[in-house]
Structure formats: C-alpha cells, structure tokens
Design a protein around this ligand. Structure first.
Ligand SMILES: [Zn+2]
Length: 448
C-alpha cells in the first residue's frame, strides 16, 4: 500500500482549498497563508469497524507502536509509514472519575472525569502531538527543529528532539515561563533563546527563523502535531468503555487542543465510529481572553470556513494600539493571538461549543481542589474545573451530564505558583506549612 495516497495536506480556506502531499514541511498554505489540515482518503485506509477493536492492542504491548497511546490508534492518523513513527511511550494517561471534584463543581457523583495528561513522559499533553510531528519530521528528513513556547512545548520538543537526533532551538518569552518547564528544556539539551517579549512575540520570530534557516517548526501550526493530539479524545472514549461523554472541557491558549479535538470527533462521526459528537467548553483566563471576546462579544463564527477576517484584524489592531500583553498565573494559556483560532472556530461549530473566561483566583482555588482530591495539575489545567463550576451556576451544563475535563500538565511544571498559593495563604484552600521549634513535645502538640 502506498501511504502517500492515504493522506494529504489541505488549506482550510474554502476559497483556496489548495492540496499538498505529506512529504512537504509547509506549516502554512503557500497560496494564501492560511492553516493547513492533514486529511485522509479514508476509502484507502483499513479503519477498524468498531472503536473497541483498538483495545486488542493492549495484548501486544511489547510492540512500541501498540504501547504508545498515540500510535495504538494509528489508522486514525495514517500519514506516514511505521518506519518513521516516533514513540517514547507517550499517552499512558488515565481517565480518573473524581467525585470530590464533582462536588466542588456541583456535578452529580459518578459523572465527572479528569483526563490526566501529566502522566506523559515530559509531563504534559504536548507529547501526544510531538510523537506525530517528529514522525513527520523524520519522514521529511529534517535535521534541525525549533518552536516558540510558553513552556510545555519546549520541554516536549527538547525531549523528542534528542530522542530523534535532531538539533533543537526553543524560543521563550522573558520571565514568562514556569520554572519546571524551563528546567526541562535546559536539562534535555535544547538551545534555549529567551526573547525580550511575550509568547506572541516568540511565535512571530520563530516562524521567520524557521523560514530563513529551513528549520522544522514544531508549534501547533504544524498540522501533524494536532493529529497526535486527537488521540487524547480517543483515550477518553476508551476510558468510558468506548462511549462519548456529553461534554469535553479544555483550557484555551493557542487553541491547538480544541482544534484537534473537534477534528477528532468530526472524523469519528464521518467514519461511523461514534453516533454523537460531545459538546465542548473552552476556558480562557480573563487576562488572556481573546477567544472569549471574539466569540461572545464580537460574534465571530466559523461560517463554513468564510471567517470574517476584518473582525480578527480589528481586534488584533486594538491589542497592538494599547500595547496589550496578556497576563495570567496560568502561563501555558497566556496567549493573546492564538495561531489556531480559525481551526478552533471550526471545532466550536462541530461540537456546538461554548467559551468562557475565568479569573486567576478561580483557577488557583480549582487547582488546589484538584491537588487535594485528584492527582494535581498545572494552573492552566485547572481552568477547566473553574470553568465547569461557572457553567454549572449558569445552567449551561447539567448536574447529571457526563463530563471529561482535560488536565493538560503535571503539578511540578509550575511549583512557584503552588508554593505561593499555599505559603502566602492566597486562597480559600491554602495549606501552609506549620513552623515548629526543634522540640519533641511542641511538635506533638502541633500534629492535627
Ligand atoms: Zn490556501
């Protein structure tokens, strides 16, 4: 079977619709500069007739591709031969039913699930995307790669790059990266360039640098990265006994995840593998709420791909005019010009989605709740629980609906935020250390 016939790249702009083979590293449509999708000729791919057929691969876990939580679903992202597929054991994540967090959000017991992506090798969901994108990088024989990052991307890129023998440069904003993430990029051997600016500045620079030097770009502009991120949804369905939930809730930053999730469900429905597409809630931080503002106030819609570019241009011109820089404790979603905006609009259309923004205070209290009752998470992940709580108060989500929140990163990604919250008694659930004299009896008195 010639794999080149299985998949191709296609521009998402319906007025353009240009198509390219997967052997090219493009990242933007050369004709019109819009985003590209990975698309499939499904009639040429032997996709299992039922989703539960993927479960058989658990018995073949000695095969690294069956062990991978990404490649276990390889027929659904079939853009390269097995010889190029990269895996370091990503996607061994769990869907945890959590009644204590359900109670915090006023959801009935047994109905709330946390998809904990912190269990990935670099500690965040990004590894799902990198397994796919680095496979494409190998397919096109890339020698060097780069990314802009708020942190998790740089950690994941650095880890996969040295696994694949690629040179790697990561661009981060000055002082805007969580400590745990910066430590990973340095430890995994990436060249780290810290630009005096924010993530949006880094994103602009890295695109130009990649074009000039021919580096392989690993930001979520890369359509193959989003193919890997689709598998987070397959694993949620798997965790629910091959049923879809009523709601998926995801943090909104650069909007790669929400874009990938919408595409995943659209394709599963198209293939007849699911009957119903879940609804999706995307949660911004109020200090970085471009999507919320554009959707809820400026009424921006997908409109069958004919997105009103004027609304976006005016909005971004306004940000520039007031020299706006996003600000939130959830550094992973501290982004005001999300590169996947249009794909996200499509996902909102597919999933009948809603968008909300939550305050840093709400994020931090939700994070402490997930820490106390779940497996912990980084601040951006907690936006999902804060958002769910508000959507329950609004009555948008019902108490007995089945809900899956995507916890994108490990709690150790951002230890400073956690320590400050508890030690400085910043929030409702602060749990500061108790100071004690070096005296046995005094210590005994203090044990609760
Ligand atoms: Zn185009």
């Amino acid at each position: 079977m010639d794999i080149s016939n299985n998949a191709f790249q296609k521009c998402i702009n319906p007025d353009c619709g240009a198509e390219f083979d997967c052997g090219q590293a493009l990242f933007k449509c050369p004709e019109c500069e819009e985003l590209l999708d990975a698309r499939y000729n499904w009639e040429k791919i032997e996709v299992p007739g039922k989703l539960d057929e993927f479960a058989k691969r658990w018995a073949e876990r000695a095969n690294p591709l069956d062990f991978s939580g990404v490649w276990r679903f390889r027929e659904l992202l079939n853009f390269c031969h097995d010889q190029y597929k990269v895996t370091i054991g990503e996607g061994q994540t769990i869907l945890q039913q959590n009644d204590a967090v359900a109670e915090f959000t006023d959801v009935k017991s047994g109905r709330l699930y946390l998809q904990y992506e912190g269990l990935n090798p670099s500690g965040s969901f990004k590894d799902n995307g990198m397994a796919a994108a680095f496979s494409h990088a190998k397919m096109v024989a890339a020698g060097s790669c780069a990314c802009a990052s708020t942190g998790n991307t740089s950690a994941s890129v650095a880890l996969y790059a040295h696994h694949c023998g690629l040179k790697c440069t990561v661009f981060i904003g000055s002082g805007r990266i969580a400590f745990g993430k910066l430590s990973q990029a340095m430890d995994y051997g990436a060249q780290t360039i810290q630009i005096l600016g924010d993530f949006d500045d880094c994103m602009r620079q890295v695109q130009d640098v990649c074009t000039k030097l021919g580096l392989y770009l690993l930001n979520s502009l890369n359509p193959f990265r989003l193919e890997g991120q689709k598998t987070i949804m397959y694993r949620i369905i798997e965790g629910l006994g091959w049923e879809v939930p009523d709601w998926i809730i995801v943090p909104g930053g650069n909007l790669g995840n929400s874009s990938a999730f919408g595409k995943a469900f659209y394709e599963l429905k198209q293939l007849g593998l699911i009957k119903q597409i879940p609804r999706m809630a995307i949660i911004n931080a109020t200090g970085a709420d471009t999507l919320t503002d554009l959707i809820n106030n400026k009424k921006l819609t997908w409109n069958n791909g004919n997105v009103d570019q004027k609304i976006i241009d005016n909005y971004y011109a306004g940000l520039t005019a007031r020299n706006f820089s996003p600000h939130t404790c959830a550094s992973a979603i501290e982004i005001s010009r999300p590169v996947n905006l249009k794909k996200c609009l499509r996902a909102i259309d597919i999933c009948n989605g809603v968008v909300r923004a939550v305050t840093d205070e709400e994020i931090l209290d939700a994070k402490a709740t997930i820490g106390r009752h779940g497996l912990g998470c980084e601040p951006a992940s907690a936006a999902t629980i804060a958002g769910l709580r508000n959507l329950r108060i609004e009555g948008v989500i019902g108490a007995d609906e089945r809900i899956a929140c995507v916890l994108t990163g490990h709690p150790l990604k951002d230890p400073n935020v956690t320590v400050n919250y508890h030690k400085e008694k910043q929030g409702k659930f602060s749990n500061p250390p108790t100071e004690a004299p070096n005296d046995f009896d005094e210590i005994i008195k203090l044990i609760k």
